[in-house]
Design a protein around this ligand. Structure first.
Ligand code: NCD
Ligand code: ZN
Ligand code: ZN
Length: 347
């Protein structure tokens, strides 16, 4: 099949983004806003975003960090803790502040120390969300040190998520940043009440790349990349056209010094290259006709929003993105994700 030299789709949205705060927010917001019309903003700040007032103040800071001339709408999420307040959840949804709430199992990932220690503790909150039609977004890994790091997603589905879905039959759930064939199958088996987001990096490389020629901290994120059969399952799911899978970059900036060290942070900054990498994957899979569904239609449908009216065009051509971006007011920078295989698209 010959590839087109350009593709035009409705402007996409990113359903899983870490924009951070302060100087890092100033450095990063523009990169997401250039690519996406809306983004679901993760609440794992320090301290986490748990109150309506905090989320609406954070939303203002995000809006101010986006340069004039770019239209961008931050969609806010509530960080669930053991003391999650059902009234705060329902009110924030009703006031148009929260679009969803985020479940981090305690200590599963970056800034999850205040996360949930047992699903029983958030049952009342989940009931309120179910009533309000507010989706639950899940970092799907068990934290049990006895479970192998490569099995933590699959074990979470069996031990935690399946019982949670049985208990809250009307709750909509997104399994975020899926990394396994089990994750794909789980989303599919649960039908329209469930969605799954897939990142550009998990589509681009498998776990071997993390160790190719030496340990490569800029390919380290959680959930960690799995073996090739899992990557191929993710590529099939993303490009299938199924309405249950949609775009979520999990762009997660950390300064280079905090990744290139003895105990490096988990998280990959991919915002500047996101649509270029996704388009490359869809082109390689001969599925460019499904790119718009994945990037611009399935997400809004799941969240009950209209798709964007504007269009963007991706053109065949070499990737033109800096290798790193600077954090203002410091000598620090963030390394931009770049797959080992060529990206032949520009935005
Ligand atoms: N993905 C990551 O490796 N890190 C994210 C947290 C997360 O999404 O789990 C971060 O906030 O840095
Ligand atoms: Zn996560
Ligand atoms: Zn994330």
């Amino acid at each position: 099949m010959t590839l087109p030299s350009s593709i035009t789709i409705r402007r996409p949205d990113d359903w899983h983004v870490h924009l951070r705060d302060g100087p890092m927010l100033q450095a990063c917001a523009v990169h997401t806003a250039r690519q996406f019309a809306r983004a679901v903003i993760m609440p794992n700040l320090v301290p986490p975003v748990t109150r309506i007032a905090e989320a609406s103040a954070y939303r203002d800071r995000i809006r101010r960090a986006v340069p004039a001339g770019l239209t961008f709408e931050p969609l806010m999420t509530c960080y669930l803790t053991d003391s999650a307040d059902p009234v705060e959840l329902a009110n924030g949804k009703q006031q148009g502040v929260w679009v969803a709430a985020k479940l981090y199992p305690a200590h599963a990932t970056t800034n999850s120390a205040h996360g949930v220690t047992s699903m029983d503790r958030i049952a009342k909150g989940l009931e309120a969300m179910e009533k309000a039609g507010m989706p639950l977004l899940v970092h799907g890994e068990v934290t049990d040190a006895d479970v192998d790091i490569f099995d933590r997603e699959a074990v979470f589905l069996d031990k935690v998520l399946a019982p949670l879905l049985r208990r809250h039959q009307g709750l909509k759930v997104v399994l975020e940043h899926i990394t396994t064939k089990e994750g794909v199958a789980f989303v599919e088996a649960n039908g329209a009440r469930m969605g799954g987001t897939i990142t550009p990096h998990h589509l681009s490389y498998n776990r071997n790349a993390i160790f190719k020629g030496g340990i490569r901290p800029h390919l380290y994120c959680l959930p960690i990349a799995k073996s090739e059969e899992h990557r191929l399952a993710l590529r099939r799911a993303a490009t299938s056209g199924s309405a249950q899978f949609f775009l979520g970059t999990d762009t997660a900036p950390h300064t280079a010094d905090t990744k290139e060290c003895a105990c490096g942070c988990a998280g990959i900054f991919n915002a500047p290259v996101a649509m270029q990498v996704y388009t490359q994957v869809f082109a390689e899979e001969n599925a460019l006709d499904h790119l718009e569904a994945f990037a611009s239609l399935n997400g809004p449908r799941f969240y009950g929003l209209l798709p964007n009216e504007e269009r963007i065009t991706l053109s065949a051509g070499s990737l033109d993105v800096p290798e790193r971006i600077d954090v203002p007011g410091s000598d620090k920078s963030v390394v931009v994700f770049r797959p080992d295989t060529p990206i032949n698209w520009s935005l």
